[in-house]
Design a protein around this ligand. Structure first.
Ligand SMILES: [Zn+2]
Length: 460
């Protein structure tokens, strides 16, 4: 099934990135610096694209774009499978040479029905043929494409094609499932954390963020501690080991008040050292590597706790988790404009590429953010998007219900702010929703694939 990415918050009817004509003031500037002739020449040069007024409009979500790439490849792999079955059916005994042309494929109505998209002319089959050559099923011959036969079976060699089909189909399913969650904690793209100081979060969210980090640090610390093993009691019953010992070597024994030799062990969480009779001590070992059954059991339990603690941290920090590209964008935005904080939540429009922004510029009588500083904020967004940063230039769009801002920004940069419930005015959740994405999207290890030099999808 194709991924459908419904735009919960926004779907402008006609995204328009107008290639704006030079503004009058720009022309006047040119006239003063370059003269009338230059301006006339510039206006007459119709072949040369004029500069855009704004950054590109963010039309397609990264999730939809990457899913589209994967589905296109799966279609070609399935086409290849259909062509292989067709070739096997029409070929003679094993070992018989087999040759096929694009014309023969397009000329077979039954086969054409099985292909996606249905080829109308020979050129339409080329992407599938290229893929079959890439996977070593066919090779270009003098009068078409020759089947590559397996030396042992005499059959078409589809080993690599079959393996890739399995892997890429499975990845596509997994990718679409993640994309549908729209959750920066289960993302389709590598994520990073926005610094606390830039993050919008409820007090409860920030509290849990901190508590979860402390809980994780505690489990990590316990994995770095030591266990002091004890000898069995005189009846042969095991004495429990002493855990949470914070030294890696046994301190020297010394007589206590009763004249018994004891070892004083520093133990995490204990106000004073724990004393153990020296003759009951069997040894000390690290939680991380100790060989005793007791330590191994403790280690297993702590490792399970560690996984849970990491998941808790990831969820607790979800409100400030964004695609690495978006984090970098917001950090650059901060150098231009400091009137905002940003946050997110699961099921948010474009997942890790969506940001809810709260401005600290004050409200006007209409219940919207004050016009002037809000325009300045959007100017900063557009300037950041047009800047060639670490991830290149960006596309953006927004949801915000202030008609005045929709017009002002639309006139400047092309229509890119749309309206939806709960985006102001106060008291209806006044905030600005932003969708941000790099112009050039780069699938990564979290996406689970890359496009190799031959243009093929490769799972990672
Ligand atoms: Zn939003």
């Amino acid at each position: 099934m194709r991924l459908h990415v419904p735009e919960r918050e926004s779907e402008p009817a006609a995204p328009a990135v107008a290639a704006a004509l030079p503004q009058p003031h720009q022309l006047m500037q040119l006239q003063t610096t370059a003269g009338n002739q230059a301006v006339t020449a510039m206006l007459g040069r119709s072949a040369r694209p004029l500069a855009r007024a704004g950054a590109n409009y963010a039309k397609t979500s990264p999730q939809a774009e990457m899913s589209g790439v994967l589905h296109k490849e799966v279609d070609l792999l399935n086409n290849a499978k259909a062509i292989v079955a067709w070739l096997r059916a029409k070929r003679g005994a094993p070992g018989t040479a087999v040759t096929v042309t694009a014309g023969q494929i397009v000329g077979d109505a039954a086969l054409v029905k099985k292909l996606t998209p249905k080829p109308k002319e020979e050129g339409d089959v080329q992407p599938t043929l290229d893929l079959m050559v890439y996977y070593g099923v066919l090779k270009a011959g003098s009068s078409g494409f020759d089947g590559v036969l397996d030396k042992d079976t005499g059959d078409l060699d589809t080993a690599r094609l079959d393996a890739a089909t399995g892997e890429i189909t499975a990845l596509t399913k997994d990718f679409d499932e993640r994309a549908a969650k729209k959750d920066s904690v289960d993302p389709v793209s590598m994520t990073g954390l926005l610094d606390q100081s830039l993050a919008a979060g409820a007090a409860s969210e920030k509290k849990e963020d901190k508590a979860a980090e402390q809980a994780l640090a505690d489990v990590e610390a316990q994995l770095g501690e030591h266990v002091v093993l004890r000898t069995p009691d005189p009846k042969g019953k095991a004495r429990p080991a002493i855990t949470r010992v914070t030294v890696d070597k046994l301190p020297a024994a010394a007589p206590n008040a009763k004249g018994v030799d004891v070892i004083a062990l520093p133990v995490a969480g204990a106000a004073k050292p724990v004393e153990v009779a020296a003759d009951e001590v069997a040894g000390i070992e690290a939680v991380s590597s100790g060989a005793s059954a007791e330590t191994a059991k403790l280690r297993t339990a702590l490792q399970a706790k560690l996984e849970k603690a990491k998941k808790r941290v990831a969820r607790a920090q979800g409100y400030r988790t964004f695609a690495v590209e978006v984090v970098e964008f917001l950090e650059r935005l901060r150098t231009r404009n400091t009137t905002w904080v940003g946050g997110t939540y699961p099921t948010h429009d474009w997942g890790e590429f969506s940001v809810d922004v709260f401005l600290n510029v004050g409200e006007d009588s209409a219940g919207f953010y004050k016009i002037g500083p809000t325009e300045t904020f959007f100017d900063a967004i557009d300037a950041t998007a047009q800047e060639d940063g670490k991830w290149g230039t960006f596309q953006w769009r927004a949801v915000y219900n202030d008609d005045r801002m929709i017009k002002t920004i639309g006139d400047k940069y092309g229509k890119r702010i749309s309206k939806a419930p709960h985006h102001g005015p106060s008291p209806d959740k006044l905030h600005v929703h932003l969708d941000l994405r790099p112009d050039k999207l780069q699938p990564d290890a979290t996406s689970g694939f890359h496009i190799n030099q031959s243009g093929r999808v490769e799972t990672l």
